[in-house]
Design a protein around this ligand. Structure first.
Ligand code: ADP
Ligand code: MG
Length: 703
């Protein structure tokens, strides 16, 4: 009886999902401005939390005000200045006001005279509010926030939220808009149990929001405050519910029993120039055990860059092929897809199976050919990008999929691929070092296999941190390295998220290096056509180019075994996860490798500490943990860039305890009420909607 729902969740949420324009006083112009703040619905406005609190005091007399203080005064208007020009420019316009003892000047630049004459009638008493200044011994207030009749006094006293703004919207108007949005906020059925509410002294969802928007002191906005924690908990609970639901859906369904005779695997293993590490052997066993079982596999293979995930995944793919199924490997970028294809090409030839590559840039004709071979079952393993997800792609009998860097794909995309067969076994791989605390928010407690050891033939990478001012010396060592025959990556950073500036910097560096080392330098960046990029990469691999200048496009997956030096300019601008990925481009062969992190002075203490982490360890997990620990109040830089989910209220450090609590709680809830049909379950559906876990919805709806 899935449809006997008490709460039609959509109706409840209608007011929240309404456009900001439905509010009185918000027209198309304001709506456009609000959009710049990321606010298109009432809910967005409610979620635009204040950044600080401002306290405004009513000061009984001018002399009792302090410099720089935000105050409200009752004064009498004495006189208006005359508009004068000085050196061709208008001088500021002044209105002198006073109380019984002192006087204060209101200062206006580019005044609206008609307005001021009306609002500040000489001889009248008014309320003014703004920042109190002392300038050359005189009291003044520049552009008061408020000028009004005596009746307005009470509105201009007390604490007020301060929001981040966008050009064209004033603090006061945003405060007003958000206040009226709060008026639209419905009381939703409580989805948290009374136990939890009591345990943490939490208010209702609506009250928490209301309180956060009307803080009375700085502490009210802290991450530790119950109001904030309540919302953080809601968010992370919906995240955990959604992960568990998705996973249960996958795991409870029947899977294929993928058992092979091991022949294909043996053929490949025999010819490998190395033997598998202990971790690889173990991961292989774990994965194959899941594949062989009759329930569906959903497993994660975790291993740092260069730990050798590809061969493990490939051997598993062979197992599926032995069992008579087709396999798809989904990669997040074209470069990575090509890379995988290239790596597996030799192995596939040895195993005598057919490997295909499918990317969006293929011509229609090429694509048609692949579609055909996939539908006919001629291709055993296909590697591809999002192109694999397209509806035209049909398989004869897809039985196993491998998803590389799963967090770069949406749930939807992953499902679309999985729906191209029935009950497909899924192996995800990740090289993104995710702090353990965040792991749970990204993958839930997905069963994992780990590759912790690096293949034993690897030498360590020596990391050095140097200021950019020593560029001359660096060029000298570069020269020596090139004479020795080293291959070098030179990475130029993203400059303020602007692709064109970014490119300019890389091109400039390329030009300089080109004059120093003629004919030995290549440049790749995101704007090049893929065949140009390929050609340059090929030249680098073959060695006709020795220095490869690149923007961060080389970050993912590029594999040139004998590249042994990487120089990263403005390393301080990169996230640690990203630096780690970049550094993983070297140290792939058996020669000693060097990583130079160049920074521009002055380096703040946090930035220095971050670079020191890079110098002291090459362990991705350690780096990720440290990154999380060291970051300031802002974003986890590397994580944001690597496509991790970002949270509105939940803070992975401050709210760690809540994550664990939410995880346990979500499990308990779903074990009692797997389809969220009981009263609390139905309230939780509202929560899931609120945080737009739409996809999850499909499961509980289908249930
Ligand atoms: P990952 O995908 O985990 O970043 P790869 O699978 O690309 O790493 O492996 C990096 C390189 O190490 C490849 O050239 C691969 O052939 C090689 N490799 C994998 N396993 C071993 C091993 N056990 N011993 C030596 N080299 C290995
Ligand atoms: Mg199975």
């Amino acid at each position: 009886m899935p449809n006997s729902l008490i709460y039609p969740e959509v109706d409840f949420l209608k007011p929240l999902f309404a456009s900001v324009e439905t509010m009185s006083g918000v027209g198309p112009t304001t709506a456009r401005l609000l959009q710049n703040l990321g606010c298109t619905t009432i809910q967005d406005l409610l979620w635009h939390l204040p950044q600080e609190v401002q306290i405004r005091r009513f000061s009984p007399a001018i002399k009792f005000s302090c410099p720089n203080e935000l105050i409200t005064l009752q004064v009498r208007v004495i006189s208006h200045s005359v508009l004068r020009k000085q050196k061709g420019r208008l001088t500021p316009y002044r209105v002198i006001c006073s109380d019984s003892e002192d006087s204060i000047e209101l200062v206006f630049f580019n005044p609206n005279l008609r307005y001021l004459k009306n609002a500040l009638v000489v001889g009248s008493e008014v309320i003014i509010s703004g920042r109190f200044e002392v300038y050359k011994g005189r009291f003044q207030m520049t552009h008061p926030d408020h000028i009004g009749p005596l009746t307005t006094r009470d509105f201009w006293e007390g604490a007020e939220p301060v929001y981040s703004l966008t050009q064209g919207i004033h603090q006061k108007s945003l405060q007003k808009i958000i206040k009226s949005a709060l008026g639209e906020c419905p009381q939703l059925p409580e989805w948290l149990s009374s136990n939890i509410l009591k345990k943490y002294h939490w208010p209702s969802w609506r009250e928490a929001l209301q309180k956060l928007h009307s803080p009375s002191q700085e502490g009210d906005l802290s991450l530790e405050h119950p109001y904030r924690r309540r919302l953080a908990y809601d968010e992370i609970l919906s995240n955990q519910l959604s992960l568990i639901l998705t996973r249960c859906q996958a795991e409870t369904s029947q899977g294929h029993t993928l058992i092979g005779d091991g022949q294909l695997q043996q053929n490949v293993l025999k010819t490998l120039p190395f033997s598998l590490t202990q971790d690889q052997v173990q991961a292989l066993e774990e994965i194959q055990r899941d594949m062989a079982s009759s329930s569906r596999m959903v497993r994660l293979l975790q291993g740092d860059v260069g730990s050798g995930k590809t061969i493990v995944a490939f051997l598993c793919m062979l197992r599926a092929v032995e069992a008579g199924y087709q396999v798809a490997l989904l990669a997040p970028t074209e470069i990575l897809a090509r890379q995988h294809y290239k790596t597996m090409e030799d192995w596939a030839r040895i195993a005598k199976i057919k490997l295909g590559l499918l990317i969006s840039k293929d011509t229609a004709k090429q694509r048609q050919k692949i579609y055909h071979s996939l539908a006919e079952g001629d291709i055993n393993i296909v590697v591809g990008t999002h192109a694999l997800i397209q509806p035209e792609v049909q398989f004869k009998n897809l039985g196993f999929i491998v998803i590389d860097e799963q967090h770069r794909f949406g749930v939807e995309q992953r499902l679309n691929l999985a729906e191209k067969g029935t009950n497909i076994d899924i192996l995800s791989m990740t090289a993104t070092p995710i702090p353990r605390t965040l792991m749970l928010t990204v993958f839930g407690d997905l069963t994992s296999s780990y590759l912790r050891q690096k293949p034993s033939n690897r030498k360590d990478i020596i990391t050095t941190i140097l200021p950019l001012t020593r560029l001359n010396e660096i060029m000298m060592s570069l020269k020596r390295a090139l004479q020795k025959g080293d291959k070098v990556y030179w990475v130029c950073p993203l400059i303020e998220e602007s692709e064109s500036l970014d490119l300019a910097a890389a091109e400039e560096r390329f030009a300089i290096l080109q004059t120093l080392f003629p004919e030995q330098v290549g440049l790749i960046h995101g704007r090049l056509k893929s065949h140009e990029r390929e050609a340059t990469m090929q030249a680098f691999i073959e060695g006709s180019i020795k220095v490869l200048v690149a923007t961060t496009v080389i970050e993912v997956g590029v594999h040139v075994e004998d590249a042994s030096v990487i120089i990263i300019e403005h390393a301080e601008r990169f996230g640690l996860a990203q630096l780690h990925q970049l550094r993983g481009r070297i140290g792939r062969g058996s020669q000693e490798s060097y990583c130079l992190l160049l920074y521009s002075d002055p380096l703040n203490p946090t930035a220095r500490a971050r670079l020191n982490v890079m110098r002291s360890t090459t362990d991705g997990f350690k780096i990720a943990e440290e990154d999380l620990r060291l970051r300031g109040g802002g974003e986890v830089f590397g994580i944001k860039q690597s496509g991790m989910p970002s949270f509105k209220f939940f803070d992975p450090i401050a709210h760690q305890d809540l994550l664990l609590q939410a995880h346990d709680n979500a499990q308990a809830i779903l074990s009692k009420d797997p389809h969220l049909l009981g009263p609390q379950g139905q309230a939780l559906r509202i929560l899931l909607r609120l945080f737009e876990r739409e996809q999850t919805f499909k499961y509980i709806k289908a249930a």
